[in-house]
Design a protein around this ligand. Structure first.
Ligand SMILES: [Zn+2]
Ligand SMILES: [Zn+2]
Length: 284
């Protein structure tokens, strides 16, 4: 199984998980044109996609959803309340499939399950996607990690986890206080420190690939997020875990979950990263 991140962060989110036979897009927060060019960049034939899973209705996750779904003829999977929130925004001609938290859907050779997360929108979810051999868990846009989220993350060998902000940078930064409060709320975004706390438990499980995602451009740096994650994992004796950074305006992948390396794609994106390689990746 492979995973590629087409974009990550407040300017747009989309990733693709694929097995030998099937592929699923998760979110479509870029224009249809940019999604298609990013798919091309990571070596993914759009014809192989079987559907689009939507986490929530914020525009950085759905801005290209309608056009992509119509152009590629793909069903859109989301919770009922997310579909309702999207209805007026993505137009007609969409094959809307309801996926409720706690249920699994077999989509081609892949099994997708949604789990509820805490975020300021109608009915936000994360997803796990499995081909029977590997399991990817995706959790971005969440203010806190509850017991159910923790459980889903702990069963995955690849976790895409939000490392949104450094709390000190956010507090000292120029955002209005109301926005700072929104980001720090239980329905906001996960800080580096909060995400790192989860890694302590994940380090005891099957985790082999960790992708740091949804980094704030203003209130975080790739280096800070990376060093926070790697520091925790090394302390837990898990320096074998591949830590990768998504975003930075580049695609990442495809990352082969068999060995954690960026393989067939044209660009390795933000990095195939181990701690010793970090200096070559985050030099800004
Ligand atoms: Zn977002
Ligand atoms: Zn959001």
């Amino acid at each position: 199984m492979d995973i590629s991140v087409l974009a990550s962060g407040s300017s747009g989110n989309s990733l693709v998980v694929s097995s030998d036979s099937d592929a699923l897009l998760v979110d479509a927060g870029l224009s249809a044109k940019r999604i298609q060019s990013a798919l091309h960049e990571v070596g993914m034939d759009a014809e192989r996609l079987s559907g689009i899973l939507v986490t929530h209705e914020h525009s950085d996750h759905v801005s290209g959803l309608g056009p992509v779904a119509r152009r590629l003829g793909l069903p859109v999977f989301a919770t009922l309340r997310t579909h309702e929130a999207l209805r007026s925004r993505i137009g007609d001609g969409i094959d809307a499939v309801v996926i409720e938290p706690g249920t699994s859907h077999r989509i081609g050779g892949l099994t997708a399950s949604a789990f509820s997360v805490s975020h300021d929108c109608a009915d936000p979810v994360g997803y796990t996607i499995s081909d029977g051999d590997h399991r990817v868990a995706i959790a971005t846009d969440l203010g806190i990690v509850g017991r159910s989220v923790r459980h889903h993350l702990s069963e995955a060998d690849c976790v895409v986890l939000e490392f949104n902000h450094d709390e000190r940078m956010l507090l000292d930064g120029s955002y209005p206080w109301a926005l700072k409060q929104r980001i720090m709320a239980n329905t906001g975004h996960l800080s580096n420190a909060a995400a790192a706390r989860e890694l302590v438990a994940l380090a005891r499980g099957p985790l082999s690939v960790l992708i740091l995602a949804h980094l704030s451009r203003d209130n975080n740096t790739p280096r800070l997020a990376f060093e926070t994650a790697v520091g925790v994992l090394e302390k837990a004796g898990r320096s074998d875990i591949h830590v990768l950074l998504a975003g930075k305006g580049e695609t990442l992948g495809p990352v082969d979950l068999g060995n954690g390396t960026c393989g067939r794609g044209r660009r390795a994106g933000a990095g195939r990263v181990r701690s010793k390689e970090m200096t070559t990746i985050c030099t800004e």
